[in-house]
Design a protein. Sequence first.
Lengths: 227, 224
Amino acid sequence: MSETAFAPLSRKDMARRVAQDIPEGWYVNLGIGIPTMVADYVPASREVVFHSENGVLGMGPAPAPEDADPYLINAGKQQVTLLRGGAYVHHADSFAMIRGGHLDLCVLGAFEVAENGDVANWATSANDTAPAVGGAMDLAAGAKRLWVVMEHTTKDGAPRLVKKCGYPLTAMGAVRRVYTNLAVLDVTPQGFAVVEMAPGLTFEELQARTDAPLQMAQPDSEPGETA
Amino acid sequence: MINKIVRDMAEAMQGIPDGATVLVGGFGSVGQPDTLIDALIEQGASDLTVVANNAGTGRVGLARLMELGRVRKIICSFPRSAGSVVFEELYKAGRLELEIVPQGTLAERMRAAGAGVPAFYTPTGYGTLLTEGKPTAEFCGKMCVLEQALPGDVALVQAHMADRWGNLTYRRSARNFNPVMAMAAKLTIVEVDEIAPLGTLDPEAVATPGIFVDRVIQLPRTAA
């Protein structure tokens, strides 16, 4: 790809950008990878309750080494803490929170998102040598809204925002909003609508890196509420 | 006098037949009943169907049971993880059947088994490879798939404390699948760190009441 003047967001900046859009009071599940980092950028003064599917509601950050508790982990199996007001539940109750529509938001990583909101994030072929899905399908189908945060293209430059997913689906029509290193886009009945772009990037340059046709969002649209 | 506390592992594992469906608690290594898994290896039952969130790591515990050829099929949500070498070897060699189930559907299928619900509809997994061929129907404007209850012959459970009636408490996120598995099996065997005198566990803190528990074994105390 030729030298360009725009500045793609770092992984940290992508996480920071997602965190900006999470209001106080929401119950939120964060997937593994960049989504996990989102919690680091929600200021402590804004009360957001993080849920981990292994039965933790009110999850806090990683402990100081001397406070590490082997019985308290997150879905990525990293040691975490419980905030004041937090609670433990068993797996069926934890997934009742997910599947029963009680979570305001789930943020997942993905391989591909299609313009109709289909998402593929668990397997890279139908004959994956050792597939694993975890809670992704429950989260994608059950949360009140699903946002995806991912690189705009693959390492080889292939688009990840596509007309139709090529990889096996996690859920159909589930994604409301996508945060990439190049742009924030809403999934609308008319396809992807660009909410904002990385500094210096033009619409044409963004479209060139996107398989699905893009349009500019209406300026007054609320975060991810257009679908 | 009701006393579900057994004296030794042989008594705890007695009567697990070949071909049994064994529900194994835990999420990764947290809440996983390692001592009972080792006892199952010792006990000898084979042709097992194992239901667990993960498919073991390294060459110990669940991975060891699989490596010994004692597991015919594994039902789990996330078999591939760091160090799941035995699973990957057996699966690639075609020596292990695998049923991947979305994690919440896995938990709910066992909860349903414990609650006498033979099947239920859920939107999770609709239109994906994991639900191909399952009956579908639309409810409240959402397309759903029919999932069946997943009962166990045996559940291997880890808890923190138990009394002689089999009431259980857990530690933080080590609770995970253990209570639903305890509900879903005909024979529920529990390893605990501590036995509490009857009446001393706070009834408000009991996460699994003894009605779901058949046998309890206390683990030897390890040096802190």
